[in-house]
Design a protein. Structure first.
Length: 275
């Protein structure tokens, strides 16, 4: 029976081993109630004014994406580095940097924020199609080097019934075209405060919500420093905002060079960083 390994945040070596082996892992007790309350407070005004319909699909379809990628009754807001101070502490969280140091740095001098989103799934939302974070990079055939690490931070409990993320353990090592059997798909069940991590090659998707409560998750992924970011951080976190952020956050948004890549005439540094 397929399952997602569960680790404590105090065992980073186990987290890493499970992630490499199964392509996914749940880490419990990463953020406390005060941090979840802060996220709810900071993102609340954006979520309140967000339509939970499927209008986002039109935007994605217009850009060449699938027409039905986002199942109904899901609120999705992006650009979280710009919107939430607490989220910025997730970006530099030691759990994430230790995993990215180990899995991404062998293939790139730096890594960067790839995409951010709050994904709040309401009653009646149907299951999302399984997909991989690496799908836009299919020009490189499998097996590929590690390119992306993704995570979902549980603001509420995640259950099989309320839309807990569907994951296919082990699928990060599959041929591109292998289709998952139903018994290979596992819903991430985890208490609020946990983080689900998965590899860029792991099949996953949002689960269906069959209960009368909203499932609230915060998504954060990282990619190799020389890849195109999924979410354009230079638009979503523009230079005037980047200058005000702590240097580690600004660097992770991509405001630093990878070897010769990414130079610019606009100084991203704040006055106090200048030598
Ligand atoms: O909401 C989830 O559990 C996963 C969402 C996802 O994979 C996506 O929207 O790309």
């Amino acid at each position: 029976m397929a399952s997602i390994p569960v680790c404590s945040k105090d065992s980073p070596a186990e987290v890493l081993a499970a992630l490499e082996r199964e392509g996914c892992v749940v880490v419990r007790g990463v953020i406390d109630q005060a941090q979840r309350d802060a996220i709810a407070r900071e993102l609340g005004p954006y979520l309140e004014t967000t339509d939970a319909g499927t209008s986002l699909n039109k935007k994605y379809e217009a850009e060449g994406g699938p027409a039905d990628f986002y199942p109904g009754n899901t609120k999705r807001i992006t650009a979280l580095v710009a919107k939430s101070e607490t989220f910025r502490t997730f970006v530099t969280h030691p759990l994430m940097t230790s995993v990215c140091d180990a899995l991404l740095k062998p293939n790139s001098r730096t890594y960067q924020v790839h995409a951010t989103a709050a994904l709040v799934i309401g009653p009646g939302a149907t299951e999302q199609m399984l997909h991989r974070e690496e799908d836009p990079f299919q020009f490189f055939k499998v097996p590929r080097p590690n390119m992306i690490v993704a995570s979902m931070w549980a603001m509420t409990d995640f259950t099989e019934a309320n839309g807990g993320t569907h994951i296919v353990p082990g699928s990060h090592r599959w041929p591109q075209d292998r289709v998952a059997r139903p018994d290979e798909v596992v819903a991430a069940a985890m208490p609020a405060g946990s983080v689900l991590l998965w590899m860029g090659g792991t099949l996953h998707g949002a689960g269906a919500n069959r209960v009368d409560q909203w499932r609230y998750g915060v998504f954060l992924s990282y990619s190799l420093g020389w890849l195109r970011q999924e979410e354009n951080q230079f638009i979503d976190v523009p230079p005037h905002l980047a200058r005000t952020l702590p240097k580690p956050v600004r660097d992770l948004c991509g405001y630093r060079m990878h070897l010769g890549l990414g130079y610019s005439d606009v100084p991203p540094k704040s006055a106090q960083d200048e030598p």
